[in-house]
Design a protein around this ligand. Structure first.
Ligand code: HEM
Length: 302
């Protein structure tokens, strides 16, 4: 594998594109070190099955690349993720009811394989990630249960689930003509991985990014519409949107639908009397592309 000038192997970077790494969890500590030191770093592909590429790790750089598709061209070979057959008007009740019906009282179940079966992959991974977040942040879980009629809090919690979990770990681009990003010159034709999971945990943008804070996005209007007051509040609070759906003209076209579904499923979980509890060790997917679970053992207790 040819080595790019000035791109010596760095141990933190070597594991970034290795699927095995992600079976132990997204390496946020390594990503943090890299963002501080070498936020645009060459991956030689030694531990993965793709050829060398640049990884872009800081929020501002990832957003810049997403916002300039004429410079950073999206790769079109293959679907990024499976798209549900229905994208039109959907009755949200049946999926929520089916989900609850598959959660017996007290008996342990696999939240991913037993409870969320039938949901599209992306929704399954995000909701499972959100439940995992609530199990690890019981104070936030209680707050959401107590204030489940607070629309602003629920909208924000869905955004925080998407940010905290980031189900698509990275998206790929090809450099169309020579450019500079994060101070690093890139050549036309080089491949670039925009690390959404790193951008969404960049502490230059999100305070204490490892904490799930249900309120974090309160007041952030989603779906492209926001009132003047909300925009002013955002500017004042300096809240930035997460990048889980990408950004700009090539962003996910199913984002609005995904949000509506995630909200309905979250509300159904919060409305049901009792609580979800852990029932064993979660098993993560062995993938550097998708952030999800093989198994998430939980039980429902009264
Ligand atoms: C939580 C759920 C979802 C997440 C996190 C997600 C995430 C993403 C991401 C990161 C991209 C790539 C953006 C880029 O390359 O810059 C994308 C593209 C896309 N998504 Fe989703 N997605 C979700 C659900 C859906 C759903 C429900 C649909 C359809 C109903 C959908 C349809 C699409 C399509 C058609 C594209 C390609 C857009 C293009 O290339 O112009 N997605 N999604």
């Amino acid at each position: 594998m040819p080595q790019r000038r000035g791109a010596l192997p760095i141990s933190d970077a070597e594991v970034l594109d290795c699927p095995e790494t992600y079976a132990r969890g997204v390496p946020y500590d390594r990503l943090e070190r890299l963002r501080a030191r070498t936020p645009v770093v060459w991956l030689d592909g030694r531990l993965s099955d793709f050829p060398g590429a640049w990884a872009v790790l800081r929020y501002e750089d990832v957003r810049h690349a997403l916002a300039h598709p004429s410079l950073f061209t999206p790769e079109t070979d293959g679907e990024l993720h499976a798209v549900p057959e229905e994208a039109s008007a959907i009755d949200l009740e049946p999926p929520a009811r089916a989900m609850l019906d598959r959660m017996p009282d007290e008996a342990p179940v696999d939240f991913v394989g037993d409870v969320l079966t039938g949901l599209p992959e992306m929704l399954r991974n995000t909701l499972a990630g959100g439940v995992h977040a609530l199990l690890r942040h019981p104070g936030q879980y209680e707050r959401l249960r107590e204030r489940r009629s607070d629309d602003g809090l629920l909208d924000s919690a869905v955004e925080e689930m998407l940010r905290w979990w980031t189900p698509v770990i990275q998206v790929w681009r090809t450099v169309r003509r020579g450019t500079v990003i994060g101070g690093v010159p890139l050549l036309a034709g080089e491949r670039v991985a925009l690390w959404l999971a790193s951008a969404n945990h960049d502490d230059a943008v999100f305070a204490e990014p490892g904490r799930f804070v249900a309120d974090r996005f309160r007041g952030v209007a989603v779906g492209g519409k926001s009132s003047r007051a909300a925009r002013r509040r955002l500017r004042e609070q300096r809240v930035r949107p997460h990048l889980s759906f990408g950004y700009g003209e090539r962003a996910c076209t199913g984002a609005a639908l995904a949000r509506v579904h995630l909200r309905a499923l979250l509300v159904a979980l919060l409305d049901r009397p009792g609580r979800v509890r852990p029932a064993g060790e979660p098993v993560l997917l062995r993938s550097s592309a998708r952030h999800g679970f093989e198994r998430l053992p939980v039980r429902w207790t009264g």
